[in-house]
Design a protein. Structure first.
Lengths: 153, 153
DNA sequence: GTCTATAGTGGGATAGAC
DNA sequence: GTCTATCCCACTATAGAC
């Protein structure tokens, strides 16, 4: 994103932007805050880790520049709002931050073309979601026998 | 990383780089391949998800530019090597890719200063590692009661 | 609040001599 | 394989008129 291109899309000249923002950094911060807010609103509209993952991915792929901005410039207030739904779904701040990192990484890698197919992307999302959903606070995972005794796996 | 700065650090002039690489992209690819190879070698020296996480983070924080390059330019061959140890530890390609995304995201967010303290970073790493370690292939997680009946939780 | 014009910077890439 | 010299472009930011 450059000041010229942004101005062009707004139908004004680039220098006019500097009447509204001191410099590019200030403008980026404002954009990031709005983006976080918008994403937070989207996330609030659905429940469940799977849905949050799908919403996050769809929103980020639709706004790749904002996705990156959101990560590197963040107002703490807007961030808290966006993080709310995920925190509620995971119930643990550390796990929520880990899940955020996972989602952020997934999108960046997909945007960089690091997956061979859409199927591969979706399988990785599913595997990650499964991991965070089933993560317990156990220091050691239960032995496979535990699951088998309940007729699953 | 700019051609000028790289040349300066090598003690030569920028145009000389173009005798070795056609353009900046080709140079970046070569750097990314070397980086992936080096990281892969580091990872091979230890076993276990926790250790891999620690090694990945330490290496990436020591080479932030290479870390980003590695993600956006990747030779598939070098990537396969670096991914080997993690795949071996997780036993599943999709989960390994998800774990890669998690690690990548964690480092990017830490580099962007998105964590308030080192403790917060480490707690998120631990939560993520825990999640990927304990992830089962169950489509639906067992109810909490399952765990409680075994005296854990 | 918008414009035109422009200063100043940094960076990718090439030409051609040695 | 290295150098000097240079071109060309994209970008941020400011000055000053309307």
């Amino acid at each position: 994103m450059t000041m010229r291109r942004l101005a062009e899309r707004l139908g004004i000249q680039a220098p006019s932007l500097y009447k509204h923002f001191r410099d590019k950094g200030e403008l980026e911060e404002a954009l990031a805050a709005r983006a976080l807010d918008e994403l937070g609103r989207e996330l609030e509209r659905a429940a469940g880790l799977e849905m949050h993952g799908r919403i996050y991915r769809a929103w980020a792929l639709a706004h790749p520049h904002l996705h990156r901005l959101m990560a590197e410039r963040g107002g703490e207030d807007a961030e808290a709002r966006a993080a709310g739904p995920i925190l509620a779904a995971l119930g643990d701040a550390d796990r929520a931050r880990a899940a955020w990192a996972f989602a952020h990484g997934m999108v960046e890698l997909e945007l960089a073309g690091r997956f061979r197919s859409a199927g591969e992307v979706e399988a990785a999302w599913a595997a990650g979601i499964r991991a965070f959903r089933s993560a317990s606070t156990l220091p050691v995972p239960p032995a496979p026998a535990v699951y088998r005794s309940f007729g699953v796996d």
